[in-house]
Write a protein that binds this ligand. Structure first.
Ligand SMILES: NC(=O)c1ccc[n+]([C@@H]2O[C@H](COP(=O)([O-])OP(=O)(O)OC[C@H]3O[C@@H](n4cnc5c(N)ncnc54)[C@H](OP(=O)(O)O)[C@@H]3O)[C@@H](O)[C@H]2O)c1
Length: 245
């Protein structure tokens, strides 16, 4: 049987109204998995993503939840379980970005970054764990700046949060290995989504510095995420998907 035949499985992808999360929902749906689309503010885009997923013949639900909030993260998991009875794949993707020099970064900026990425992943994973089926996989979305030096200034809070997700991944993988649940991370390089279109200046110039001379697409990252979610013999690993950076 192909690893990629996901008929009857359930994938919960946080922050999947748009960007990499939305592409990941579609990559799961194309392979037959039922999907949960989570959004925080982009309601309309979340419903569009769910509708596109359904066009592949799967079931899709949409749940509004700020993953950094325990009650809302719990509701996200509870509604998933109510709809599908359990979870096979959890992708902790929800994220924010802010380009700001460290000297200007106050405790509120710092906390918001850690709250969304690190507390968010912890909240959803902690609540979901009793419902993740044996053979399932968790994928945390880190970043190339969580594992390698930043390409420029202004990313200290972001890269600290993304590096924390690497520790979360490798330690949780050890803790869950004998329960038949794998935990991995994908660390994307620059990927063409609203996050960088709004957040990073001079993208064309920046793209020239990438060895393959172009910015990645959300679909290319989504394929790597599904691979890490379903591969039965990979756990505790971080896959960098960055065009060679
Ligand atoms: N794009 C890149 O170059 C790049 C590179 C490396 C890593 N990443 C990581 O990849 C992930 C996806 O990024 P992206 O580029 O696809 O960004 P994006 O286009 O800005 O999308 C971010 C998504 O996260 C959701 N989100 C933000 N805060 C949330 C919260 N508190 N609770 C629930 N959902 C929340 C947003 O939902 P709403 O719109 O509904 O609020 C949206 O669906 C992030 O973790 C990001 O750090 C991106």
């Amino acid at each position: 049987m192909s690893f990629y035949d996901l008929k009857g499985k359930t994938a919960l992808v946080t922050g999947s109204s748009r960007g990499i999360g939305a592409a990941t929902v579609i990559a799961f749906a194309k392979r037959g998995a039922n999907v949960v689309v989570n959004y925080n503010t982009s309601r309309e885009k979340a419903y569009e993503t769910a509708s596109k997923a359904r066009s592949y013949g799967v079931d899709a639900i949409v749940v509004k939840a700020d993953v950094g909030n325990w009650e809302e993260a719990s509701k996200l998991v509870d509604e998933t379980v109510k709809a599908f009875g359990g979870i096979d794949y959890l992708v902790n993707n929800a994220g924010i970005f802010q380009l700001k020099p460290f000297i200007e970064t106050g405790p509120e900026d710092w906390f918001k970054m850690l709250k969304t990425h690190v507390l968010g992943a912890m909240n959803v994973t902690r609540r979901a764990l009793p419902y993740i089926r044996k053979g399932g996989g968790i994928v945390n979305i880190s970043s190339i700046v969580g594992v390698k030096p930043s390409p420029g200034p202004g990313r200290v809070a972001y890269s600290t949060a993304k590096a924390a997700l690497v520790g979360f991944t490798t330690s949780l993988a050890v803790e869950l290995a004998d329960k038949g649940i794998r935990v991995n991370a994908v660390a994307p390089g620059l990927t063409l989504t609203e996050m960088i279109i709004k957040g990073i200046p001079n993208l064309d110039e920046r793209a020239k510095k990438i060895p393959v001379k172009r910015i990645g697409t959300p679909e290319e990252i989504a394929e790597a995420i599904v691979f890490m979610a379903v591969h039965p013999y990979i756990t505790g690993e971080v896959l960098v998907v960055s065009g060679g950076e």
